[in-house]
Write a protein of this length. Structure first.
Length: 200
């Protein structure tokens, strides 16, 4: 079993619903987005269009962030290949942030709340809010996957542009999409074998 995702770039409309759902679900602090939608303008006037590229932690099969972590806070879960973070073991050294070629990790030491008066009820009562000063990143919503639920970004996408599934199962919908649509791994030349594929 190895969790993976495919993002259909023909379906993605750049609405950022996935990014906002991720932020709400995981309680990230101001300015920190585990999932970002990058935009690119292509063509020449008057035939110009915009392309959107949702990006996040790639949950690589050979993650460069894992071996550089001095405390073992960044680790790869054996049962499904997810690359996860143990906040209690993290010392905030930033080695994993530097090692990640996808710029998918961050360390926030800034304000933990959006308003100077204090936290909103959502912020104050969030069960998964990452502590300040530790490395953080997308987890594929592991807490939801472990309950048999889809990640927040998948569930929220109005265009159904994101598919999650088992990369090791050749009969899964994910594997079929990657095969039929010639899915492309971002920066496959780096040898990290990311678990995220783009469908063009």
């Amino acid at each position: 079993m190895r969790w993976g995702m495919a993002i259909d770039l023909k379906r993605c409309v750049g609405c950022n619903s996935c990014a906002l759902a991720c932020k709400s679900e995981n309680g990230t602090p101001p300015g920190v987005f585990w999932l970002q939608v990058l935009e690119d303008e292509v063509g020449r006037f008057p035939n110009v269009t915009r392309e959107f590229f949702p990006t996040r932690c790639m949950h690589c099969a050979s993650p460069p962030c894992v071996p550089v972590c001095p405390t073992g806070a960044t680790y790869k879960r054996a049962k499904d290949g997810l690359v996860l973070q143990n906040y209690e073991a993290c010392i905030g050294c930033g080695a994993c942030v530097i090692a990640c070629p996808y710029q998918a990790r961050t360390i926030s030491d800034g304000p933990q709340y959006y308003y100077p008066e204090g936290p909103t009820p959502h912020e104050a009562n969030h069960p998964r809010k990452p502590p300040a000063g530790v490395a953080q990143k997308c987890t594929f919503c592991v807490h939801r996957l472990d309950q048999g639920l889809e990640p927040a970004c998948v569930q929220t996408c109005p265009a159904r542009a994101i598919t999650i599934g088992d990369l090791d199962d050749p009969n899964s919908e994910l594997s079929r999409l990657i095969r039929d649509r010639h899915g492309v791994q971002p920066r496959a030349d780096l040898g990290t074998d990311p678990s995220l594929y783009y469908l063009y």
